[in-house]
Design a protein around this ligand. Structure first.
Ligand code: NI
Length: 176
């Protein structure tokens, strides 16, 4: 396993449309391991392959919650290959979202409260699940990444422009 570099705004690769995984082979399982390690190291609860500059339709996630500060949490790593939303509820829910590719920026986003999702596991087996709560929000956020969409795209133009400008400026300063 290896920790990979997470790309951040304004990296244009974040706007790519990722390609489906054709075969779940050793290389894909290796990438899943690396994505999980990178996600835990960050730390974050979800990561799309494009965030480590691999334009494939793959997502890792771990929503295991800590009840008390400092308490040991049993990891619940999940891998979604070629995930897709089959249906979305009409009712919406709001979560404060963040993104490892837009560090230290959080804003509330409204999305369908429940979705039905289909994906392949690391054995190439098809699964369908109903997601709600944080799971529903997180899988929608990650699938957006596979389509080149970022959570800031749901904000007002004013807010979006402000954060995009801020990261562009930070990149210019870092390049000097
Ligand atoms: Ni993200």
């Amino acid at each position: 396993m290896a920790i990979r570099e997470i790309i951040v705004l304004p990296d244009k690769q974040l706007r790519l449309i990722s390609k489906p995984v054709e075969t779940v082979n050793t290389e894909i399982r290796q990438l899943a391991d690396d994505m999980l390690e990178t996600m835990y190291d960050a730390p974050g609860i979800g990561l799309a392959a494009i965030q480590v500059a691999i334009p494939l339709r793959m997502v890792t996630m771990d929503l295991a919650k800590r009840e008390k500060e400092g308490e040991e949490v049993k990891p619940q790593p999940r891998v979604f290959i070629n995930p897709e939303i089959l249906a979305s509820s009409e009712d919406l829910s709001v979560y404060e979202e963040g993104c490892l590719s837009i560090p230290e920026y959080y804003e509330e986003v409204e999305r369908p409260a429940r979705v039905r999702v289909r994906f392949l596991d690391l054995d190439g087996k098809v699964h369908e699940e109903d997601a709600e709560g944080l799971y529903a929000t997180c899988i929608q956020h990650e699938i957006d990444h596979l389509n080149g969409v970022l959570f800031v795209d749901y904000l007002s133009k004013l807010k979006r422009d402000r954060v995009i400008k801020k990261f562009a400026k930070a990149a210019r300063l870092a390049a000097k």
